[in-house]
Design a protein around this ligand. Structure first.
Ligand SMILES: [Zn+2]
Length: 156
């Protein structure tokens, strides 16, 4: 389950930094079709921040969400570093009525990233106008997940 919070002020300062980076990287979204520009900033255990923005394609199914761009980039560059925090936001001209939330595919990818490490990934999504969803782990984002543990149980 997630908890809704209204402001980042009650959280550690690093969330402000991640919010700024995610908002900034929205400018790099390539979203000519949906006009829905999403930015993601994640923090690694050594403090490194990796960002991603959604990238669309004229062949719509090939488009990629900001969260997966960021997670795959982080795991490509720093495969042995754990992800500690993920912040997701959307850059819209009109005020948001509710916080953005990751799609199902991104929830699955974040869960798998967490499965590769010993510590939970904390996830925050939203904006100043809409408030934020706060998830304390990937399981809070994706209850009853399918993951690497299920394939280990499979009999051949
Ligand atoms: Zn997604």
């Amino acid at each position: 389950m997630s908890k809704k919070i209204e402001s980042l002020a009650i959280l550690p300062r690093v969330w402000d930094i991640l919010s700024e980076k995610a908002t900034k990287v929205c400018e790099n979204a390539y979203a000519p079709y949906s006009k829905y520009k999403v930015g993601c900033a994640l923090e690694l255990e050594d403090g490194t921040i990796v960002t991603g923005a959604n990238q669309e394609n004229a062949s719509y199914p090939l488009s990629m969400c900001a969260e997966r761009v960021a997670v795959f980039s982080a795991k490509s560059q720093y495969p042995h570093l754990s992800i500690t925090k993920i912040f997701i936001t959307v850059n819209r001209h009109s005020p948001d009525v509710s916080p953005i939330a990751p799609c199902g595919a991104c929830r699955q990818v974040i869960y798998e990233a967490q499965s590769r490490q010993d510590t939970p990934i904390e996830i925050l999504s939203g904006s100043t106008s809409a408030g934020y969803h706060h998830f304390h782990s990937a399981e809070a984002l994706l209850p009853h997940p399918f993951g690497p543990q299920d394939l280990k149980k499979a009999k051949h």
